[in-house]
Design a protein around this ligand. Structure first.
Ligand code: SAH
Length: 215
């Protein structure tokens, strides 16, 4: 028998289920990724609370429910190649890495990219590549993706990003004002047709073009 998880991890799972997460693979991935490794040392005791938390560079690690919800909406398959824009702590990338073949995650702050890379290596997430870069200006060689997840708020989804989707691809992104409430938008591509669906209200830190000049 596997060891009984500590009470805060049991509550964590219960909260996700209560809020409507039902995909077993997603719930398992959320259970397996140690969130305490991704938060600031002072927040470790609270790592399994369902809330966003501050990380370095004035950014945030997302609320676990939102991570699980966005992941569930992506309908990931083991063969997928996934792009994340906004590495932050690397937590969302770690969850993705357990559900799919290959993850490229892009971050504009060097400090965050370096730290996330280190954490992901320590946790054996060898199918994740962390790239210091700008999600609005991806290197042309980055190629196409089955799934794209944007974890920073965009005023609108750039066509250049939609063009990165494979023909049956799905993109999910918070769309709306930088310092307000955004709507999670899901775009499903069928050939040249892009179907857009609005999901729930969310709050993310803004997506800012360009690599950060500060560390
Ligand atoms: N997914 C993260 C949380 C994301 S917070 C996690 O699991 O912890 C949003 C992140 O997006 C921030 O780290 C911010 O620096 C980054 N970001 C904002 N604009 C960006 C851009 N144009 N390209 C890449 N990253 C960007």
């Amino acid at each position: 028998m596997p060891p009984t998880p500590p009470p805060e991890k049991m509550m964590f799972q219960l909260t996700l289920r209560r809020r409507g997460i039902s995909d077993q693979a997603v719930l398992r991935a959320m259970e397996e990724v140690p969130r305490e490794e991704f938060v600031l040392p002072a927040d470790r005791p609270d790592a399994y609370r369902d809330s966003a938390m501050a990380i370095a560079c004035g950014q945030t690690i997302s609320q676990p429910f939102v991570v699980a919800y966005m992941t569930e909406q992506l309908k990931l398959q083991k063969t997928h190649r996934v792009l994340e824009i906004g590495t932050g702590s690397g937590y969302q990338a770690a969850v993705l890495s357990r559900l799919t073949a290959n993850v490229l995650t892009v971050e504009r702050f060097r400090t965050l990219a370096d730290k996330a890379r280190e954490r992901l290596e320590k946790l054996n997430c060898f199918n994740v590549e962390v790239l210091l870069g700008d999600g609005y200006a991806l290197p042309s060689g980055a190629g196409q993706f089955d799934r794209i997840i944007v974890t920073a708020a965009m005023d609108e989804i750039p066509q250049s990003l939609l063009d990165r989707l494979e023909p049956d691809g799905i993109l999910i992104a918070p769309v709306g004002p930088a310092h307000g409430v955004q709507t999670l938008v899901k775009v499903t591509r069928s050939g040249d047709h892009f179907e857009r669906k609005e999901l729930v209200d969310v709050r993310f830190v803004p997506a800012i073009p360009g690599i950060a000049r500060e560390l």
